[in-house]
Design a protein around this ligand. Structure first.
Ligand SMILES: NC(=O)c1ccc[n+]([C@@H]2O[C@H](COP(=O)([O-])OP(=O)(O)OC[C@H]3O[C@@H](n4cnc5c(N)ncnc54)[C@H](OP(=O)(O)O)[C@@H]3O)[C@@H](O)[C@H]2O)c1
Length: 264
């Protein structure tokens, strides 16, 4: 090894990043291209996929666009198949598509609770089941990065659906790491508040002040804060790391958003 930075390279590797049309997924796809990987760009809105793919290609890497709603089994299967058809291998999977707004528990229906679980947990489980045998067969090894949340680490009002789902995703991550070692490493990131479209949808000045007051690092996160960690976890630099959930959240010790007590 000439330099420690060589361990952060992904030359010759192929990565699938779900939800990579914008936000954390797009930044992760671009980071992987910077590190030398070819990237499969995937989400539902094709125009956004094209924007991310353009940035990957501008870095001299190949980008394959495969539109995929992760909630659809056939589309998930197609995503993995198209990857292998095009590149002949799969090394990295980032289960990034996910999310759910906080909502008072008594207003959250059973159907919403289950949909949130399916979106954040079942889809990552299903993508992993598809990807792991392909990684082992085509690359002999692999790395999976699951995008979890501080909401799965700390208990807070209004997070029964999302917090439970992300907590399950973090638990699933640690469990799958046991299943698939030593060939495939599985890690996660407990993401804090990152200014993406998902967050700006309900952000205002008052809420931002409230959130910063509870954030030791005194700023909201940037997508690169997460993609830098996602690069580390996918790269040979983390070849001895599996079953870990890394916090990238400005030092939070709780959820920044205060929801009201239930009116019971
Ligand atoms: N931003 C935060 O503060 C924060 C905090 C903690 C955790 N996270 C987690 O980080 C991940 C990414 O969030 P983000 O903030 O980057 O969100 P975002 O900016 O809204 O981007 C979400 C991406 O996922 C895609 N997507 C949505 N539904 C999908 C589906 N059914 N199938 C496939 N792709 C889908 C979206 O594209 P289409 O709509 O076109 O499909 C988009 O490309 C999520 O798992 C979220 O829970 C975010």
């Amino acid at each position: 090894m000439e330099s420690i930075l060589d361990l952060f390279r992904l030359d010759g590797q192929v990565a699938i990043v779900t939800g990579s049309g914008r936000g954390i997924g797009a930044a992760t796809a671009i980071a992987y291209a910077d590190a030398g990987a070819d990237v499969v760009i995937s989400a539902r809105t094709v125009a956004q996929l094209e924007e991310t793919a353009e940035k990957v290609r501008a870095r001299g890497r190949r980008a394959l666009i495969v539109p995929c709603d992760v909630l659809d089994a056939e589309q998930r299967q197609n995503l993995v198949e198209k990857t292998v058809d095009e590149f002949g291998r799969l090394d990295i999977l980032v289960n990034n598509a996910g999310g759910w707004p906080p909502k008072p528990t008594l207003d959250t229906t059973e159907k919403e609770f289950e949909s949130c679980f399916r979106f954040n947990v079942t889809t990552a489980f299903a993508m992993t089941r598809l990807a792991v045998p392909v990684m082992a067969r085509t690359a002999g090894a692999g790395a999976i990065v699951n995008i979890s949340s501080v909401a799965g680490r700390f208990n807070a009002r209004g997070f029964a659906a999302y917090g439970t789902a992300k907590s399950a995703l973090s638990f699933l991550t640690r469990t799958l790491a046991q299943d698939f070692a030593p060939k495939v490493r599985v890690n996660g990131i407990a993401v804090g508040s990152i200014l993406t479209e998902a967050l700006s949808n309900f952000m205002n000045d008052d809420l931002e002040r409230q959130m910063l007051a509870k954030t030791p690092m005194r700023r909201l996160g940037r997508v690169e804060d997460i993609s830098a960690c996602a690069l580390y976890l996918a790269s040979p630099a983390a070849s001895y790391v599996t079953g870990e959930i890394y916090g990238v959240n400005g030092g939070l010790t709780g959820i920044q958003v205060e929801m009201p007590l239930a009116d019971i």
